[in-house]
Design a binder for this molecule. Structure first.
Ligand SMILES: [Zn+2]
Length: 261
């Protein structure tokens, strides 16, 4: 490339004046210098990055925790966010359905695709949907997260994500209360921000929620794969048709802010 440039300079068949030639040479030398500088920085930084990422593993990565009511809620409402943030160590805890022999293995498969660790409990989720005592929900959550520090805590929205699932609301309330009281140590709390307009439409991101992620198509496809292929919800199912392309969250980073809501 350099020889080619020299040839053009020396042939004289261009009308570049001597002064222009000098300017051109000046730029050329600096470009080459810049290119070598870039290579140097690239390789040095590359090595540096590799070293720090190994050192960081399990130590300094952001630690994020998702607490949901059912296996599939983690993917439906936050799957894209999880996929898009591999810099976080994701822990996902689910309150109901541990004894569901169909759903539980799928849940752990989903966690492995999401590159997350997690557990599932077996709080009542019968068709009657009797209210759960709040203390029972809180105790289960504390069993998983008490004594740990999280940079980010994510859970259901105060009104659930659609009309209406009691377990979603109960989960949100328990997590919010524990965080407000300092029983869960998390720098930031995000609650799912979706609505269905009182069943007028499929649940979708609330436009005025402060945290929004418009999912790149490959991220949405991975999320859809988990819903469709791993959990087995067919194309016509409510879950598959819902699978949001935009994920949204209400965010709180001080407990006072939350108390004023
Ligand atoms: Zn659910």
């Amino acid at each position: 490339m350099y020889l080619l440039f020299q040839y053009k300079l020396n042939t004289g068949d261009t009308l570049i004046s001597k002064k222009h030639n000098e300017i051109f040479l000046f730029c050329l030398i600096h470009s080459i210098h810049g290119f070598y500088q870039f290579l140097f920085v690239y390789f040095i930084q590359g090595i540096h990055y590799k070293k720090t990422s190994v050192k960081k593993k399990g130590e300094n990565l952001y630690r994020a925790c998702v607490i949901v009511a059912h296996p599939d809620d983690e993917t439906l409402w936050a799957g894209g966010t999880i996929i898009m943030h591999p810099e976080c160590l994701w822990e996902i805890y689910t309150l109901c359905r541990a004894s569901d022999l169909d759903r539980t293995p799928k849940y752990f498969k989903a966690l492995s695709v999401l590159n997350a660790s997690g557990e599932i409990a077996d709080l009542d989720d019968g068709s009657a949907q009797e209210p759960l005592p709040e203390i029972e929900v809180q105790n289960q959550v504390l069993e998983w997260v008490e004594g740990h520090h999280y940079d980010l805590l994510i859970s259901h929205g105060p009104n659930g994500e659609y009309t209406q699932h009691r377990r979603h609301e109960e989960t949100s309330r328990a997590v919010k209360t524990l965080w407000e009281n300092g029983r869960i140590d998390a720098t930031e709390l995000w609650l799912f921000a979706y609505g269905d307009g009182g069943r007028a439409y499929l649940p979708r991101a609330e436009a005025n929620a402060p945290v929004q992620f418009k999912l790149p198509i490959y991220v949405w496809e991975k999320k859809y794969y988990i819903i469709n292929e791993i959990y087995g919800f067919n194309q016509e199912s409510w879950e598959a048709r819902t699978t949001p392309k935009v994920e949204a969250f209400w965010s709180f980073n001080t407990r006072n802010e939350m108390s004023n809501e």
